[in-house]
Design a protein. Structure first.
Length: 304
């Protein structure tokens, strides 16, 4: 563990800016990821990137060995819903990881994008070129890919300002009491399992807001539309668990099921945003995957 004690020279600096100055080999985005993944501590606690430093604060950086990755194009079939000079919209299948990581360097969406698309934005570096936002490995559906840096900045800003609207459909365990509602909590890395996220106290983590509307009820299951106001890691999955209705097939967050699925029934079916060059409002939808439809058909038959 590497340790720094804050002196007068660094008082009132943002934590991430301070870390960029003392760890010049790390990019600001990498430092942000380290904070979010509990590798950096401020006075023994998990901080926020923009936290202001005080005299005598203790900043600790966990030692991590980062293996350089060589990301290569791979001829993996992907469903390109839309493409122009600035962006592409991809319908990602369940089971496909979005970008490489140590121990999972091949067979990702990024490998496929490098093969199928001529240009990708460079803002997220060689590991995540073009990736403006992500979907979990076992979440299917639509995501936007930026083909140049100008588009990437514009699209990321739309997500931040909530003018990019992302709609999901999920099958949840149990019967929702309300037809619609909003789930608002703070979410941080779980203290019990670092691979999971969890709802936390308001002075920890980041604010997470999810709106929901019931589409159909199946007795012990509910088909729900979720609309993200924020985009935290595993947000819908964590919020579904938090309200007592985990997503079917999501064994990580308590949605173990009887349908023999390969992952959660969570599908990003609709996305709306303004085109980064023309400002024209774009909207894209994609159908539910066949395995999702099969489960709904089984539940429909039980209702008859």
């Amino acid at each position: 563990m590497e340790k720094f004690i804050i002196t007068n020279n660094d008082v009132n600096k943002r934590l991430d800016i301070f870390l960029c100055s003392v760890k010049s080999e790390f990019s600001r985005s990498h430092i942000k990821n380290m904070i979010e993944n509990n590798h950096i501590f401020l006075n023994g606690k998990t901080p926020k990137s923009g936290e202001k430093l005080k005299l005598g604060d203790v900043v600790e950086i966990e030692d991590i060995t980062i293996k350089p990755l060589d990301v290569k194009p791979e001829n993996i079939d992907i469903d390109i819903v839309y493409e122009d000079d600035d962006l592409a919209v991809i319908n990602k299948p369940q089971g496909l990881v979005v970008h490489p990581a140590n121990g999972n360097e091949n067979g990702t969406l990024v490998n496929a994008l490098l093969y199928h698309l001529k240009n990708l934005s460079s803002i997220n570096g060689v590991i995540r070129p073009g990736i403006v936002h992500r979907l979990d490995k076992d979440t299917s559906g639509l995501l936007i890919v930026a083909k140049n840096d100008k588009s990437h900045i514009n699209l990321a800003k739309q997500i931040e300002l909530k003018t990019c609207h992302r709609h999901y459909i999920a099958l949840c365990v149990g019967n929702f009491k309300q037809d619609s509602g909003t789930i608002k909590t703070h979410i941080a890395r779980s203290k019990k399992d670092r691979k999971q996220m969890a709802v936390c106290d308001d002075d920890e983590g980041k604010i997470a807001i999810t709106n929901y509307n019931v589409i159909e009820r199946y007795g012990t299951y509910t088909l729900v539309e979720f609309v993200l106001q924020t985009g935290r890691t595993h947000q819908i999955r964590v919020h579904s668990k938090y309200i007592g209705h985990p997503i079917v097939g999501d064994e990580v967050y308590g949605g173990k099921d009887k349908f023999k699925l390969n992952g959660q029934l969570l599908h990003a079916y609709k996305i709306e945003f303004n085109h980064p060059s023309t400002n024209k409002r774009l909207s894209f939808c994609c159908d539910l995957p066949e395995y999702f439809k099969k489960v709904l058909k089984q539940l429909d038959n039980l209702k008859k």
